[in-house]
Design a protein around this ligand. Sequence first.
Ligand SMILES: [Zn+2]
Ligand SMILES: [Zn+2]
Length: 156
Amino acid sequence: MRMRWSTFGMLLLLALGCDPGAPAPSRAPPPAATPAEADPAALEARRVAIRDQVKALIGDLDKAGRYDCCVEAPCNLCAMRTGGCKCGEGLRNGEPVCEECAMMWRRGNGAEPGVDADSVRSFLEAEREMVAAARGAPAVAPAGEAPGCSCKEHVK
Ligand SMILES: [Zn+2]
Ligand SMILES: [Zn+2]
């Protein structure tokens, strides 16, 4: 048994060993019908891998005291944008939060005690309100003045 194994091992080594004199064996797979960049399963696998990496990064940033988010499941946006989240601290000071956090508050997933969900603004909203105020126009058209809009606020 031992002999057979070592013989097998030798053959394996010889087979795998690099012989500069011999032409490289052509082991290239036949061209795939769908290139990897267009294969839905491959794209999904990449998305899941990146999502898991982002989640792991957020966990480590949190341990390092750099992730003070304000919603139930910490946002991904601040991790990708700045490698840290100050949405919670900002919100407690009455400041806007990132777009992802603002959306989660809108969906009822806010997690900062004593904060009224309707008062939470994203940086984008705050910026638009500032620009509108500078122009002397209302930031948001009053309800009823948005023909064609079927959202909850305008449909009543
Ligand atoms: Zn947040
Ligand atoms: Zn955020």
